[in-house]
Design a protein around this ligand. Structure first.
Ligand SMILES: Nc1ncnc2c1ncn2[C@@H]1O[C@H](COP(=O)(O)OP(=O)(O)OP(=O)(O)O)[C@@H](O)[C@H]1O
Length: 229
């Protein structure tokens, strides 16, 4: 079963073509890794899936995209699609950890309480589940009210993963999430991602062919804004 289907997807910004005629299907509950040289369009492709180009002046997306969410197929670019609702189904973890001010707990609770009106006990359960799924619970459960900025880089990246997971997205996009981590921290994040396939479809950008070989179920190669032959 597929979770993402693109037909002839192209992206331009002003006169520049960033993606040219991308047609691909990505399987549900698998880890797909997008590989390719710098500037080949991996991040641009990822950002098309949850409409992060909406605020880029001059950006134009054409072709067909659909993502499978809990209610069925959703066209991110259909006139009736609310991008905020889309991003609840299609979450994202960026290359560098982007923490919210405040505690570890608050980093997960804040987006959750903005999106869902959940009772306190349910919020606490979601925080714990998200931290467990991000393989961070054991390291932080006794200091949830400590500033998130006191975490190591690898822990901060797993906190960002937990924050995305707390919203229970069906699809999770990851833009080089291990790029700034050392081997041990990167390994912990990779372990978390592999376990997450049971609950989510994962699409990850990587620069690292060895990493792709190690963890990917499916590899998509980009070259100069196109799929590599
Ligand atoms: N807003 C923009 N306007 C014009 N060109 C852009 C814009 N954003 C990205 N680009 C260009 O599009 C091309 C693809 O960029 P993209 O970030 O998708 O590549 P990438 O494969 O993810 O690269 P990297 O591995 O270095 O992150 C690059 O040449 C980049 O300079």
């Amino acid at each position: 079963m597929n979770a993402i289907e693109c037909e002839k997807l192209s992206l331009s910004v002003g006169q520049h073509t960033l993606l040219d005629n991308i047609s691909l299907h990505l399987p549900a509950h698998r880890l797909s890794v997008l590989l390719g040289p710098s500037g080949s369009g991996k991040t641009s492709f990822l950002r098309c899936l949850n409409r992060l180009h909406d605020t880029v002046p001059g950006a134009r997306v054409s072709g067909r995209v659909r993502v499978r969410v809990d209610t069925g197929w959703l066209d991110p670019y259909a006139p009736g699609t609310d991008p905020v609702a889309l991003r609840r189904h299609v979450g994202m973890v960026f290359q560098h950890p982007q923490l919210l001010p405040g505690s570890i707990r608050r980093n997960i609770e804040l987006p959750l309480t903005l999106v869902h009106a959940l009772p306190r006990a349910a919020v606490a359960r979601r925080v714990e589940t998200a931290l467990r799924d991000a393989c961070l619970w054991d390291e932080v459960h006794d200091r949830l009210d400590a500033p998130a900025s006191t975490l190591s880089g690898g822990q901060q990246q797993r906190l960002c993963l937990a924050r995305a997971l707390a919203l229970q997205p069906q699809i999770l996009l990851l833009d080089e999430p291990t790029a700034s981590l050392d081997g041990e921290a990167g390994g912990k994040l990779e372990a978390a991602l592999i376990a997450l396939k049971a609950k989510h479809t994962l699409v990850m950008v990587s620069h690292n062919p060895a990493q792709a070989e190690r963890i990917a179920d499916h590899i998509v190669r980009f070259a100069a804004g196109r799929l590599a032959a």
